[in-house]
Unconditional design. Structure first.
Length: 434
């Protein structure tokens, strides 16, 4: 009966996908609707070339890069779109493969109801299972596992994560949530031999075409349902402004005292500061909160401990410091608590870790530690680019925040910001406009 109800919920209220809005843009770059209005992708190559290997099955299981990086959902996965594919194909679309789509690789996928159960993390939060082994010489050991899935043991660790967007990559200093890939080329190669189960690594020519294609993409919110076009009235929303947005690795980085040289990271909507249009003014206020609202930053692994400062007075832009993009401008991984026991949900495993220094840590995802081998890196992840957010819910590496308001509430609670309801609404409106 539970499966019947779940299938019914998947079907009710889902559309087969909204039609592209007519627009005189190159093929494939037309605006597409999302939860807040519409977003747009543009390419420095002109249109979207769907004959690129990015869209072709280079492995053995029918998957392509576009199976998990979907244009209409900002080049990542969105649960409603995943659910539509599941219903349309009864769970046989290439996205649905046990190699990493099921909760465990041995899950039963022999019929519709079994697939509905086995792919529930993918259907509910757009999470892909990542199997990792700690590097030799790691200064920690997993001593216990509490998991709803039988495949998770101290010897076999699985982590459930959102695919990062394959767009706006010029601004990305580290590849993958945990930085485990050295480059976009190694990421593409690993995806083809891993996610797509390719028997041999792809050729350099194929990798170059994939990397050149995804590096050409810029995606951002173009229209807000309440504020209108995000390029009007002097605003610099939409993807076109990103083409000329300067970016230098390490720009505007945090100094030894925890200060960002310029906290005014976003000026995308500065022109709307005195707008008579209520929602435009709200977006501008949200941008000002992002840039200027003081935050007493405490307990952030990779920041407070790295600078030996128990309290750093900063803003959102202290960590999201890349101008008009909002990710880390340098390679860095932070633990803000998203994998902590306090935020663990019943659908995620919980790993108990014994560190060589005597510390015991519990986390639903060990993050960067599985790559570095350092206990101090447990729960650390990189910050994603903050563009096209409205189309790519849920948020954080594990999809723990269903909406942008949930993201705002998380930070408000985590750092005791005491935001008023209006300030929360303004900040969420700003994030949705990016």
């Amino acid at each position: 009966m539970k499966n019947v109800r779940l299938a019914t919920c998947l079907a009710v209220g889902l559309t087969a996908g909204a039609a592209l809005v007519a627009h005189p843009s190159p093929p494939g770059t037309q605006p597409v609707p999302d939860a807040s209005g519409s977003l747009q992708t543009i390419s420095t190559q002109g249109g979207i070339n769907t004959h690129n290997p990015f869209f072709l099955p280079e492995g053995s299981n029918g998957r392509t890069c576009a199976s998990c990086h979907v244009q209409v959902t900002a080049w990542t996965l969105s649960p409603p779109e995943v659910q539509q594919r599941f219903l349309r194909t009864a769970g046989t679309d290439p996205l649905f493969r046990p190699v990493d789509g099921t909760t465990c690789p041995s899950d039963d996928v022999s019929n519709f109801w079994a697939r509905l159960r086995s792919y529930r993390m993918l259907l509910g939060k757009g999470l892909i299972r990542i199997g990792l082994t700690a590097p030799a010489g790691a200064d920690f050991a997993v001593t216990a596992v509490d998991s709803p899935y039988a495949c998770n043991t101290p010897e076999n660790l699985s982590f459930y994560r959102r695919p990062l967007p394959a767009t706006n990559l010029r601004f990305v200093p580290a590849v993958m949530w945990d930085g485990r890939e050295a480059s976009l080329a190694t990421q593409a190669s690993g995806a083809i031999t891993g996610h797509a189960q390719g028997a041999t690594p792809p050729s350099a020519a194929i990798l170059n075409q994939i990397v050149d294609f995804e590096s050409s993409l810029y995606t951002a919110q173009l229209v807000d349902r309440s504020a209108g076009a995000l390029t009007e009235g002097g605003a610099q929303g939409g993807p076109m402004a990103l083409l000329s947005q300067p970016f230098t690795l390490g720009e505007n980085n945090i100094d030894a005292n925890g200060n960002v040289p310029d906290p005014q990271v976003f000026d995308t909507y500065a022109a709307w500061t005195h707008s008579d249009a209520p929602h435009r003014a709200a977006i501008a206020r949200g941008e000002a909160i992002f840039n200027s609202r003081p935050i007493l930053i405490t307990g952030v692994g990779g920041l407070n401990d790295a600078l030996n400062q128990p309290v750093i007075t900063g803003t959102c832009s202290t960590c999201h410091n890349a101008a008009n993009v909002g990710d880390h401008s340098s390679v860095g991984f932070l633990n803000i608590g998203t994998a902590d026991l306090a935020h663990r949900t019943p659908d995620l495993p919980l790993y108990t870790v014994q560190c060589n220094n005597g510390d015991q840590v519990q986390a639903s995802d060990l993050g960067r530690a599985m790559i570095s081998g350092h206990c101090s890196d447990i729960g650390k992840f990189k910050g994603p680019v903050l563009r096209a957010l409205a189309a790519r819910a849920p948020y954080f590496h594990n999809g723990m925040a269903a909406t942008l308001m949930d993201v705002v509430n998380f930070y408000n609670d985590r750092f005791h910001l005491n935001l008023s309801p209006q300030e929360k609404s303004d900040l969420a409106a700003f994030l949705a406009s990016l």
